[in-house]
Every structure is written in C-alpha cells, then in structure tokens.
Design a protein around this ligand. Structure first.
Ligand code: HXC
Length: 262
C-alpha cells in the first residue's frame, strides 16, 4: 500500500513487532485533511489485522505531531455540507476500532484535532518539546473530535476549561502533571522510548493486552460498576487460556514465560 500523507514501517526484533505510522505533511505541520485521515484509518486497520504486529506507535515530526484539522479545506463548509458529508465522523474515529494498543509519540505541536487524535490513542508519550492545545475558539468554532469530552477526563475540569476557553497551550511538563501524558522524555529519545514501550507490550500475552485496553477504555468511558463486572468476567475467562498456565508456571519455576497468544 502506498500512502502520500503518512509513512508506515515495521519495527522491532521480537516475535511480535510494532507498526509505526508517521504523519507526514511537513509543510502544513501535519494538518489533518481527508486524505491523511483516510490513509491513517487504512494503515491502522491493516496493522490491527496483522498477527505479527502487537502494538502501533503513531508519531509526527520534530516540529509537530499535528497542528490540527486542515483549516483551508475546512473553511468553505456550511452546516449542510458538514452534516451531509459527515465531516470528522466519516474518517476520524477509525482509530477507536483498533484492538491493539496505539501509543502516541508527540513532539512539537499537538493542537486542535491533533490533540484530539493524540487523546484517542491509548497513551501519550511526550517529548519535552510537546505543546498541547485546543485553540478552536480562536477560529470561531469548537473542538469536533472529542476535545471537550476527553480533555476534562484527562486533566480535570479546571485545566480543560482554561485551555478550551483561553486557547492557551500546555507544555509537556504541565501535560504530565495534569495526567494528559504518561511520560516526558528528551526529544531525541522520543521514538526510542515509545518503541521500547511497544516492544515491552509485544512481549506479553496478546489476549491480556487486548482486554486491558478494552477495560481501561470502559473505565474511562462508562460507569464504574459495569466496568468492574465486565473485568471480573474476563478475569475468569483468562483462566481458560494457555498463556495463563504458561505465565503462572513460569513465575513458580523462576523462568521466562513463552506466551503463545492463545
Ligand atoms: C492548515 C496549517 C495548520 C492547520 C499550520 N499550518 N497549522 N495549515 N491547517 N491547522 C500551516 C501554516 O499555514 C503554514 O503554512 C505552515 O503550516 C507553518 O505554520 P506557521 O504558522 O508558519 O508556523 P508557526 O509560526 O511556527 O506557528 C505554528 C502554529 C500555527 C502555532 C501551530 O501554525 C497555528 O496556530 N496553526 C493553527 C493551529 C490551529 O488553530 N489548530 C486547530 C485547527 S481547527 P504556509 O503555507 O503559510 O507556510 C481544528 C478543529 C478540529 O483542529 C475539529 C475536529 C477535528
């Protein structure tokens, strides 16, 4: 598959590898247009369907993860054209169908739709150069890909209101303090760190990984007791897998587990 707005590669030495997707519209600071979002969706689904891939890392450039939705292509819309064409709805949320972990590795600007895309990933590792923001209010609009919903869940109401209403950016240190990102690393170590995290996940049992992702998303999106009940059922179900026998036997016999992902 050849893409024009993204680059894809397979990384890692282990049995299961990492699918790396790099947003690649450098002249526009990776502004997210329809072609890029279509390609991103295709690449995500292809890696998700590939049994040799355990994790996906999504990154941008040193200067920008993504500076938002592409403003010139969005500008001519009116209500009816936005509604009828399914603006955003038609191609921005493919990432939510992916069952494998998607790690965002963010350097530079992650603004508007760029911040929203990073928040749709499972966790964010930030370079110390990262800057997050939802500046849509400056354009006379509001976020349209979950920014008003995911940002308060990530950083709390006060910081979210502040960022959304004033359009100010949050640097990497503040983003880590607020819980928006899981770790901050030196910019020149960003990809290395994200790929190492992916590699670590790739070494674990794939069903455990997929279920943890599903359950954390349930905790994030739904009522507590429903999440705990589903967690209990899946916890019981994993005692029917080879990997549970292998993992526990390996611990008891002080050896490294050899997971078969079943
Ligand atoms: C299209 C963009 C762009 C964008 C930057 N560029 N952001 N093109 N859409 N969102 C282009 C610029 O026009 C410019 O092109 C080139 O990238 C470099 O940008 P500069 O502004 O020259 O760089 P700099 O001075 O370093 O400023 C960087 C910046 C600024 C702070 C990120 O570009 C900026 O404020 N961009 C807009 C950010 C924004 O409002 N994002 C939210 C978009 S709305 P030329 O050709 O001039 O060199 C949104 C809605 C989401 O995301 C709704 C649902 C998804």
């Amino acid at each position: 598959m050849t893409y024009e707005c993204i680059l894809t590669a397979v990384q890692g030495e282990g049995e299961r590898k990492t699918g790396l997707i790099t947003l690649n519209r450098p002249k526009q600071l990776n502004a997210l247009n329809d072609q890029l979002m279509d390609e991103l969706g295709q690449a995500l689904l292809a890696f998700d369907a590939d049994d040799s891939i355990g994790c996906i890392v999504l990154t941008g450039s040193e200067r920008a993860f993504a500076a938002g939705a592409d403003i010139p292509t969005m500008a001519p819309h009116n209500f009816m054209s936005a509604f009828k064409s399914g603006l955003i709805s038609k191609n921005w949320e493919t990432i939510l169908q992916v069952r494998k972990p998607v790690i965002a590795a963010v350097a530079g600007f992650a603004l508007g739709g760029g911040c929203e895309l990073a928040m749709m990933c499972d966790f964010i590792i930030a370079a110390d150069t990262a800057k997050f923001g939802q500046p849509e209010i400056k354009l006379g609009i509001i976020p349209g890909a979950g920014g008003t919903q995911r940002l308060p869940r990530a950083v709390g109401k006060s910081k979210a209101m502040d960022m959304l209403l004033t359009a100010r950016m949050m640097d990497a240190a503040e983003a880590e303090r607020g819980g928006l990102v899981s770790r901050v690393v030196a910019a020149d170590k960003l990809l290395e760190e994200a790929l190492a995290a992916a590699d670590q996940i790739n070494g674990f049992s794939a069903p455990s990984v997929a279920l943890i992702k599903e359950l954390v998303n349930l905790a994030y999106q739904g009522p507590l007791i429903d999440g705990v009940n589903v967690e209990r059922r899946y916890f019981h179900a994993l005692f029917g897998t080879d990997d549970q026998r292998e993992g526990m036997d390996a611990f008891i016999n002080k050896r490294k587990p050899a997971f078969k992902h079943r």
